[in-house]
Write a protein that binds this ligand. Sequence first.
Ligand code: TRP
Length: 332
Amino acid sequence: MSEDKKVIFSGMQPSGLITLGNYLGALNNWTKLQDEYNCLYCVVDLHAITVRQDPAKLRKASRDVLIQYIAAGIDPEKSILYYQSHVPQHAELSWILNCYTYMGELGRMTQFKEKSQKHTDNINAGLFTYPVLMASDILLYQTDLVPVGEDQRQHLEITRDIAGRFNAVYGDVFKIPEAYIGKAGARVMALQEPSKKMSKSDENKNNTIALLDEPSVIMNKFKKAVTDSENEVRFSEDKPGVSNLLSIYCAVTGKTLQQAEAEFANCGYGSFKTSVGEAVVSKLEPFQKKVAELEKNKDYIEKVVKEGSEKASYLAAKTLRKVHKKIGFIPR
Ligand code: TRP
């Protein structure tokens, strides 16, 4: 990592299948940051177990996320790619920062409230301290910038609070991170319920396009996508379904809204939806091919993961040594 570049950290949970929303809103933008910044992109498997996971599925999902990072264009020669559980410093710092975080502030986290309503039979302590682990992810690398969606803003805020609190006691140990506001990625909404975000944990599979969905599945889901009763392809707040399809179309083709509206001016919803589906299929085709190649290349993936976690661990250990020393732990 070169000293003069700022550090970017982000991560994705290996739960569910990565969606078109994750791709257009995050992954695709991450790839563009690699030359200008020192980037770390982590598969946050420790976070995933805050809700119950099936072991075989978790293993597969973790591998899938890592492979899809690479297939999307994250270059292991430029960025550090690894599994969170392979770098023990995340869990170590997390324990320490737990002791600098208040129950009250964790209790106010929207995501905790939502998830504990959804998983009433498993409101575990990890779910509660989830933001502290996320703070550790970020603070371990003296991260400058964190590209996060709206739903993770609150977690970044608490990260800043925890870092500031620690620094106030011990001096400048942690860099205070900021949200990375890049060129807005597309905000992709659920295909059947366009008032809510496309989410990989959605139970209704017709709401989401998984990046690895077969072309025929993708076409079908677009054909079923909700529109409205007007039969006019126009971007407008009162036409959430059509607007969502238009922004997906623009994001994958690189066309402007005006161009897209003009293109579909005299077009019924049926053929509009077919065109959007086809555009997505052809955008994903090279990506899916790359995934298939990488899946066969186990040695390469193993090498990437090994090197990635070594590099991450080296950087993380530096911060953790400083933390230990400040707190008063006896040097190892
Ligand atoms: N909590 C994030 C999410 O669910 C994932 C995440 C974990 C993360 N650690 C992070 C994102 C650190 C950014 C930085 O989307």
